[in-house]
Design a protein around this ligand. Structure first.
Ligand SMILES: NC(=O)c1ccc[n+]([C@@H]2O[C@H](COP(=O)([O-])OP(=O)(O)OC[C@H]3O[C@@H](n4cnc5c(N)ncnc54)[C@H](O)[C@@H]3O)[C@@H](O)[C@H]2O)c1
Length: 322
């Protein structure tokens, strides 16, 4: 493929945890990448600068510091770069903070997504992959969670904002025949993981001899997805983008919170100081993905063993991690 033929993929939120890995992955797969990020301060923006620093000299990579809610700014970016596909990751993440500031979460996540979709319509771009979340399932009684399960009871503004975005994507498919896949990620982890997420925050606290907070009795469980598997899910969706679809992207494996802590302790060779606290509003008890649809339709085959994934994360953390 000559440089001229390379397709241009616009990644919103490309300086974040998943986004920075995705930009690297797309560049390795011979795409041109435009990363749009506003470097918000949900966590230290310096971390995001560091996430993409190695890409700044890549001639196929360009960074635009912009807010996805800025309609005129987004129009300029589309005009200038003529993207073929949008991978929309920019969002306010996190369940608990969304309860404290729901207006901001809705503004960025829902109005931001609407701005991206409307800009696509104006510039005749019709292909999108959207980062949704397992949180849309709320406290679904049936496990594992399947895409055909009802998702009418999200239990945090973050979760309902992600569901609202899925519905907007479906509307743009039905009005304008956009081809959109919404990927419901189940807790993604690995090098550069967001510092607010449990694996990273537990690790920081254990290293610093600070107590870790365990909400509930440690028997809640999650499906944890290693970053490489999440990238495989996104990558495989690009070539199979057709119509409107929703896919679970997880490992289809239950990991108890107590097991997460033990695995980190083993990898660090150090015990955690544990503080048990009541379960928090907005947190779900369990997540567990039925991934048969993604396996069948996206040829998605997650392969990362949890112990190995944590070992990779800790190796990064003790090496050059933030
Ligand atoms: N990490 C996970 O476990 C997980 C699970 C489910 C869903 N997701 C979703 O995947 C996406 C990426 O998550 P992440 O963990 O990499 O988060 P992240 O916070 O590391 O990345 C999000 C990026 O979006 C940028 N951003 C936020 N608001 C913006 C705006 N208005 N304009 C432009 N850029 C903006 C941020 O600066 C950040 O760099 C998010 O949509 C998140 O909701 C993540």
């Amino acid at each position: 493929m000559t440089k001229k033929d390379k397709s241009c993929i616009l990644v919103t939120g490309g300086a974040g945890f998943i986004g920075s890995h995705l930009c690297e992955y797309l560049l390795r797969s011979d795409h041109k990448v435009v990363c749009v990020d506003n470097f918000n301060n949900f966590y230290d923006p310096g971390i995001k600068e560091q996430n993409i620093s190695a890409l700044m000299n890549n001639e196929d990579f360009s960074l635009v510091r912009a807010d996805i809610r800025n309609r005129a700014g987004m129009a300029e970016i589309f005009e200038e770069n003529n993207p073929d596909l949008i991978i929309h990751l920019a969002a306010m993440p996190g369940v608990r903070p969304s309860i404290i500031d729901p207006f901001h979460y809705y503004d960025v996540n829902v109005n931001g997504t609407l701005t991206v979709l409307e800009t696509m319509r104006r510039f005749n771009v019709s292909r999108m992959i959207f980062a949704s979340s397992s949180s849309v399932y709320g406290n679904n009684a049936k496990i594992p969670f399947s895409e055909s399960d009802p998702v009418d009871n999200p239990i945090s503004p973050y979760a309902s904002s992600k569901r609202a975005c899925e519905l907007l994507c479906s509307t743009y498919h039905s009005l304008y025949r956009f081809e959109i896949s919404c990927l419901r990620f189940f807790t993604v982890y690995g090098p550069r993981q967001r510092p607010d997420l449990a694996i990273h925050s537990f690790t920081n606290k254990i290293i610093d001899d600070r107590p870790i907070q365990i909400y509930g009795d440690g028997n809640s469980f999650r499906d944890y997805t290693y970053i490489d598997d999440a990238l495989q899910g996104i990558g495989n969706s690009i070539s199979r983008l057709k119509g409107f679809n929703i896919y679970n992207i997880g490992e289809s494996r239950k990991v108890l919170l107590s097991e997460v802590i033990e695995t980190i302790e083993d990898a660090l060779g150090k015990k955690a100081i544990k503080e048990f606290l009541p379960f928090q509003a907005g947190d779900v008890n369990a997540t567990y993905a039925d991934i048969s649809k993604a396996m069948r339709e996206l040829d998605y085959k997650p392969s990362f063993d949890f112990k190995k994934g944590i070992a990779e994360f800790i190796r990064w953390k003790l090496g050059r991690g933030f």
